[in-house]
Write a protein that binds this ligand. Structure first.
Ligand code: GZL
Length: 306
């Protein structure tokens, strides 16, 4: 049976694998791939887990159905990276009624904190503030027109990266002339940026704020296809700091990136283990982020883990 292997006596030997259902958002971005790899590595058979993995293709209804199937399966614990914040109360209550603890990783929910054991992830609001502070410092009093590529509508990172950025640019001469979702994907970023360019022209846009690198990379394709120079004609600030985004930063096509660390697997596995052992855990566990200029990215790009 591989892994720790059952001892054949129905688990009383204490080395029965811990069964975990993981409801992932999908595979929308480079960040997501790194997060999935981190989770699968941490919840491996060698580490004593029996992982059932589901990727919901960015479909909130499919993700809730996956969680329901984990409940019916009678797993020991459920881990969720919730695509959107809302709509979780019922299924989380069903998990509680089935006495199956839920740990959230990455994104958060608006449901009562009583309905999940713990969350581990990043401070999305702070990421938005950091991006906005860079924009304010860079453009400050110069009248600046920006367009925004928003993350998945209704997701915690999209909501909080928007509010954090807007807070930081409040009172500056930076004006948001358009803001639409690119659903955290490259194709989404490219298509929406093509629309922005058609509407305003390269010259009508000074800065792009992309809620993730994948949408920024799609926008770079659209800017170049229209004869513009990304990072110069239209400056770009983005969030994630995945490898391709950091390469574009080094290449001068992006001007500033705020990191959002996807390597949450070990922390999530530790929380599952503690919760099942009855060990007290913090309800919210924040992972630290950093941010990079073009020069800083050039110094670190070869040593980054994702
Ligand atoms: C943020 C994460 C976001 C990333 C995107 O923690 O939820 O989803 O910023 C990913 O790249 O698609």
């Amino acid at each position: 049976s591989g892994g720790s292997g059952g001892n054949g006596d129905g688990g009383s030997g204490g080395d029965e694998p811990v069964s975990v259902g993981f409801a992932q958002t999908g595979s929308e971005s480079g960040w997501r791939s790194a997060n999935t790899e981190s989770m699968k590595t941490a919840f491996s058979a060698d580490n004593g887990f029996d992982l059932t993995f589901n990727a919901a293709d960015n479909d909130p209804a499919a993700q809730i159905a996956a969680v329901r199937s984990f409940i019916n399966q009678g797993v020991d614990a459920i881990v969720i990276a919730p695509i959107v914040e809302d709509g979780w109360d019922d299924v989380l209550q069903e998990a509680a009624d089935a006495d199956i603890p839920v740990i959230l990783e990455d994104r958060t929910v608006t449901a009562s904190e009583d309905l999940f054991a713990s969350w581990v992830g990043l401070d999305f609001h702070k990421e938005g503030v950091t991006a906005g502070e860079w924009a304010a410092e860079t453009f400050g009093d110069t009248p600046t027109k920006i367009v925004v590529l928003e993350g998945t509508t209704g997701s915690a990172p999209a909501n909080e990266r928007a509010s954090g950025f807007d807070e930081a640019i409040d009172g500056t001469a930076i004006e948001t002339i358009d803001s639409q979702t690119g659903d955290f994907t490259r194709d989404g970023g490219k298509t929406v940026m093509e629309g922005f360019i058609q509407k305003y022209g390269i010259d009508g846009i000074d800065l792009l704020y992309a809620h993730n690198d994948d949408m920024a990379l799609g926008a770079i394709e659209a800017i170049e296809a229209a004869g513009g120079v990304p990072g110069e004609d239209i400056k770009i600030v983005s969030i994630d700091a995945v490898k391709d985004g950091m390469q574009a930063l080094v290449d001068g096509k992006i001007n500033y990136i705020v990191e959002c660390n996807p390597l949450l697997g070990e922390l999530a596995a530790g929380l599952v283990t503690d919760v099942l052992a009855g060990t007290a855990v913090e309800k919210k566990n924040y992972v630290e982020d950093q941010s990079f200029t073009q020069e800083q990215a050039a110094e670190v790009i070869d040593s980054r883990l994702y």
